[in-house]
Design a protein around this ligand. Structure first.
Ligand code: ZN
Ligand code: ZN
Ligand code: FE
Length: 765
């Protein structure tokens, strides 16, 4: 899809690693001069910050050439950037570091092993040969081992290990790569591995532990492996039985598993990998990258079907810790590497706890004695509009802050209910904690409380205000109320929009398109297909989806057929006779049909919603893609995934009705009628899905034209959908609007805490 060229682009870059005191700033200066960019470069407490402007081509060249042409002694570990609107700099300068404004020392994320350390662990002559806890100032664990600031060894979980003379010499030598590398260690003085059986009995230690773990995995067993931010469950990805066993034991029926591959080449053998995707896979953040599988893979090369059943994409990552590298080299094949937990619980980080919680899941436990201070999952990223879009923000990204324009007092924002994160504003830096998960279990609730306390402790900040969702039953809301701090409630979909505004550094008024599965509406209905004319403090609901019922309430969220039945109920005024042939109606017994109809007739246990996520579910059900879900979002994902390769610009009809309360209602009646017609004609599913997606884009465009705001902000879980986001951005550009979407902050509820924090800061002001 060709992007309409914009005149000027602004990029905000943060990079860390060995980038200070080695001519890095002069290098950036020269490169910017050569490309004719304006802006500045400066050092901050933990890295280098660049703000640069120029034509999109020049900015792209700049971003590409920095890592390619950096000074020889430098090494970039974190390299994160956000593309923004131009501010209008007059020239390019090197600014003095302004430590004053960034005194709140930023803790860096955990970073993948650097090339130098990697070379050492595979060099038989090196004293760290095959040592799985090798690191240096440029790589290794940080956020996962730090207990307090400042970041010194005594404040990390490495404090119990006394450095041997060799390590101490490195640590104290300013010319050494390990000068003040807080987790510095070697086989003589550092942490060690053990392999345990399911009862916690030691089977093997050190290198022998790795070899035996590898043997077990090759034999089809499941190994729990203690990594950087917690335990993974490893299973041979080429062994169908083994993957199925893992599914059974983990109670995870169909949700795709992430994979760890031994090499980039082994990923490229299975998946299409673009240059941006390759860069992400190889980055210091080392996230799970969502990739499209190749159409033709040799049977021997392909991973087991049950890794990601019926899914055209795979979540792939490369080894990032020395332990993973050593393991993967010996294994020489892809493994399932999934967070060690039961469905939606937080990742397990302590070996004693692991034995208890994973006793029935893992056959062996590869553990070590470096404690994990806070558990951190792998991050998940996909490339959208040729830029990274972070879907789960955890290892490698958290806890880097989002800098906001307004300073204000410190606010703790407790996030939503699903995919929860917590955010804390410290003098204009909003620190967002790692992905915690859904707050349904006692374990995740504990993790949530810990994260909230942790952020405050780490930055020695006690909040003056607390921000939360409007939903009275969210456990996060209850936590906020119990805190006794002045409470600021932020509407869910407004929080989505503000989070996207904050990331793109917008203020003023925008039209926010906030589409997701569910969020509390102040009118007592469940919102989710919202158009909010928004500022950082307030919003006006200018349009929404035509409402429908959710028979069975929460149950409907997991049963698309219920939503489809409700939509059909609206179409036929309570009569399903003419839809007897359709999949959702057929999937119920006549008794179930009666119960569901009763709920809607009597309006009992049938909340009213305007949710876009549920409309996706209904369409998936009408197309018989999914009637009952095995995990949240499965139907919408299914609708997106069958699009792969579909090419059509056609769309269904829709209507825009005047809302008697003001604004507009997007009426999907003719859309759904069109879909039913195509389903009955047996039109190819990819085409129906594409037409449905296209319709939503045209609907949004229609509203945008009526509202008349030029800047359109896209947020909410629906914008994890690559096709929807890319088409929406393209069409908005074509029609002269300025679309904004997420990059480093998730569009899903993982971004809610940021939106709450920023909204609260601005309201207090
Ligand atoms: Zn290193
Ligand atoms: Zn040592
Ligand atoms: Fe949401």
């Amino acid at each position: 899809m060709p992007l309409k060229v914009r005149e000027q682009q602004h990029v905000s870059v943060f990079l860390s690693g060995a980038v200070q005191g080695i001519g890095f700033r002069p290098f950036v200066f020269r490169l910017a001069q050569e490309l004719g960019l304006t802006g500045f470069v400066r050092n901050s407490t933990n890295g280098v910050i660049i703000e640069a402007e120029g034509s999109p081509q020049k900015v792209a060249a700049f971003l590409k050439r920095i890592p390619e042409e950096k000074p020889p002694l430098s090494f970039i570990q974190n390299y994160q950037y956000t593309l923004l609107d131009p501010i209008g700099f007059s020239n390019f300068v090197i600014r003095e570091s302004d430590e004053g404004s960034l005194k709140s020392a930023v803790v860096l994320p955990d970073i993948a092993i650097c090339p130098q350390c990697l070379a050492e662990i595979f060099d038989p002559q090196n004293r760290r040969y095959l040592y799985p806890f090798t690191n240096c100032t440029q790589c290794g664990p940080r956020f996962s081992i730090v207990e307090a600031l400042p970041y010194d060894r005594v404040n990390t979980s490495m404090k119990k290990f006394r450095m041997c003379p060799d390590c101490a010499e490195e640590y104290n030598n300013p010319d050494d790569r390990r000068f003040h590398a807080q987790p510095n260690a070697c086989p003589k003085c550092g942490p060690h591995l053990e392999l345990w059986d399911a009862k916690g009995k030691v089977i093997a230690t050190r290198r022998e532990a790795v070899s035996q773990a590898v043997d077990n995995i090759k034999k089809g067993k499941i190994a729990a492996v203690k990594g950087i931010g917690g335990f993974h469950l490893f299973a041979d990805a080429h062994n169908e039985k083994s993957v199925q066993l893992l599914r059974k034991r983990k109670h995870r029926e169909e949700k795709p598993f992430a994979l760890m591959f031994p090499t980039l080449k082994s990923i490229e053998a299975q998946c299409r990998v673009s240059p941006q995707e390759r860069a992400l896979l190889l980055s210091g953040e080392s996230p799970i990258v969502l990739l499209i599988k190749k159409r033709k893979i040799g049977r021997l090369k392909a991973v087991a079907n049950s890794v990601a059943p019926g899914n055209p994409s795979l979540g792939a990552m490369l080894p990032y810790s020395p332990l993973h590298h050593i393991l993967m080299k010996e294994l020489g094949r892809a493994v399932v590497a999934t967070s060690a937990n039961l469905a939606e619980e937080p990742i397990c980080a302590d070996e004693k706890e692991a034995l208890q919680r994973l006793g029935g899941i893992a056959d062996v436990f590869l553990v070590h004695d470096r404690p994990i201070v806070r558990s951190i999952d792998d991050s998940v990223v996909r490339v959208v509009m040729n830029r990274p879009l972070v879907i789960r923000r955890a290892r490698g990204y958290a806890p880097l802050p989002v800098t906001v324009r307004t300073e204000g007092p410190s606010v703790l924002a407790v996030g939503g209910h699903l995919k929860n994160t917590v955010a804390l504003n410290v003098k204009g830096n909003v620190f967002i904690c790692q992905h915690i998960g859904d707050l349904q279990t006692e374990q995740s609730l504990q993790a949530f409380r810990r994260a909230a306390m942790n952020l405050q402790g780490l930055y020695a900040t006690s909040p003056a205000y607390i921000a939360c969702d409007m939903h009275p039953d969210y456990l996060s809301t209850k936590f906020a109320k119990d805190s006794k701090l002045p409470l600021i409630k932020v509407q869910h979909h407004h929080a989505h929009i503000v989070s996207c505004m904050a990331e793109n550094r917008l203020d003023g008024t925008v039209l926010g398109i906030s589409w997701d599965g569910t969020g509390y509406g102040p009118d007592g209905t469940v919102w989710g297909g919202e158009f909010l004319k928004s500022t950082l403090t307030d919003y006006e609901r200018v349009a929404h989806l035509k409402s429908f019922m959710l028979p069975g309430g929460d149950k409907a969220a997991m049963e698309p057929r219920r939503v489809a039945a409700a939509i059909l109920y609206e179409l036929a005024e309570g009569d399903w006779k003419e839809f007897k042939d359709l999949a959702p109606i057929k999937s119920f017994t006549s008794k179930e049909r009666k119960v569901i109809k009763d709920m809607m007739c009597k309006k009992v246990n049938a909340p009213v919603t305007t949710s876009m996520g549920r409309l996706f579910d209904a369409v998936a059900s009408l197309m018989d893609i999914k009637q009952v879900l095995r995990f949240e979002g499965q139907a919408a994902m299914g609708l997106e995934y069958i699009l792969e390769g579909a090419r059509t610009d056609s769309a269904y009809d829709y209507a825009v009705d005047r809302n008697p309360d003001g604004g507009y209602i997007l009426n999907w009646t003719t859309t759904v009628q069109g879909i039913i017609k195509d389903v009955r004609k047996k039109m190819a599913a990819p085409k129906i899905s594409a037409k449905f997606h296209n319709t939503l884009v045209e609907m949004a465009l229609d509203i945008a034209k009526r509202v008349g705001e030029k800047r359109i902000v896209l947020s909410g879980g629906c914008f994890q959908n690559k096709y929807l986001t890319e088409r929406m951005v393209r069409r908005l550009n074509e029609e002269g609007f300025k679309p904004y979407w997420h990059q480093l902050v998730p569009p899903n509820d993982g971004g809610i805490s940021l939106g709450q924090a920023v909204c609260a800061i601005n309201r207090i002001k």
